[in-house]
Design a protein around this ligand. Structure first.
Ligand code: NAP
Length: 313
């Protein structure tokens, strides 16, 4: 726990997986003198008050940001522009305004024009998450050893960037700085395209499932199950990601389609060598991810397996 909080008052707009995790982690680390949250859903606000994990639940976005030194928009990417417009007149001079959106170019484009010149805008994206959402889904450890990418526009006050970096570092994240466009290209391949593929394959299998009755569910452990986890992610969030990162996703999708055509050709021609070489290189990528600590080396993502019943002696 920090003796002096990094920020006297932190305001979070949106209390779902990410907002709820930031609140829990900031509280655990004593990073804010006061944590104020709001959410557009009255049900969520009531639930947060019941949980008792923040200092104050505000009724409106405007009320929440008043007097806050750090304001973080923890809402879907498509909602950031209108919310920035709404809160702009109520921001404290000198405040840092940030977000957690999974797309950065669109957020910078939609938010920056609304903000007054006397606040600092430092967009951010914690590359951490689960397929769960809502006020009960967050947990304080979510960001530990995960990356948080900051994309400050050119000319942003370096002290503001440093203060936000310190905040994310204190809740466990490793922080990197890049341009919004570069962020969107990298995330298109590492996150957005895999989600699109999962959404597609689960939909396709569901279509097939109508023909093969319940067998898709029954035999889902053969790879399908891991896609269903990703495809269970929040529909609003992911709709906004694809609308906001259209160009980069379409570019990566073009490359993906070319690679899929190559593998299709190898299967059609019975080219085992091409398939073997490709699968060998992808296996090395998985090993590399484990080696740099981005995933557990445990088999099957560490899922517990039941023990065989002991044979009676
Ligand atoms: P979430 O669990 O659905 O939480 C979002 C919350 O914001 C919900 O409570 C939602 O209320 C509320 N909200 C929506 N529009 C609002 C508005 N205009 N004003 C106030 N509150 C509003 O979503 P999340 O997973 O935390 O995602 C939030 C942001 O984090 C998104 O921009 C996403 O791209 C980013 N992100 C997500 C992940 C992930 O894995 N989930 C990872 C990194 C970054 P309702 O539910 O009632 O609509």
């Amino acid at each position: 726990m920090n003796a002096t909080p990094l920020f006297p008052r932190v305001a979070l707009i949106g209390f779902g997986l990410i907002g709820g995790s930031i609140a829990r982690a900031a509280r655990a680390q004593g990073l804010a003198g006061e944590i104020v949250i709001t959410d557009h859903s009255a049900k969520t606000r009531a639930r947060v008050a019941e949980l008792g994990i923040v200092d104050r639940v505000a009724e409106t976005n405007a009320e929440a940001v008043k007097g806050a030194d750090l304001v973080i928009l923890c809402i879907p990417v498509g909602a950031c522009g209108p919310v920035a417009q709404e809160i702009a007149p109520h921001l404290k001079p000198g405040a840092i305004v940030s977000d957690v959106g999974s797309v950065k170019g669109a957020v910078v484009r939609d938010v920056a024009p609304h903000l007054p010149a006397n606040v600092h805008f430092v967009p951010a994206h914690p590359v951490a998450g689960t397929e769960h959402s809502g006020p009960d889904s967050g947990f304080a450890e979510l960001f530990i050893d995960r990356w948080c990418i900051l994309t400050p526009p050119e000319g942003t006050d370096p002290t503001a960037v440093e203060r936000l970096r310190a905040f994310w570092a204190a809740i466990g994240a490793k922080v990197e700085i890049m341009t919004p466009d570069h962020h969107d290209l990298v995330l298109a391949i590492t996150s957005h395209l895999p989600h699109l593929i999962a959404y597609t394959i689960v939909g396709t299998a569901d279509e097939l499932g109508k023909v093969t009755s319940s067998e898709v569910m029954k035999f889902s452990a053969g790879g399908f199950r891991d896609f269903t986890r990703i495809a269970a992610s929040d529909p609003t969030m992911w709709r906004d990601v694809f609308l906001a990162n259209k160009d980069a996703v379409l570019e990566m999708l073009g490359t993906f389609n070319e690679d899929l055509s190559k593998l299709t050709r190898a299967i059609r021609r019975g080219d085992g060598e091409a398939l073997f070489d490709h699968f060998t290189s992808t296996r090395a990528i998985r090993r590399g991810i484990v080696e740099i600590g981005q995933d557990s080396p445990a088999p099957d993502f560490g899922r517990p397996h039941a023990n065989l019943a002991k044979k009676p002696d």
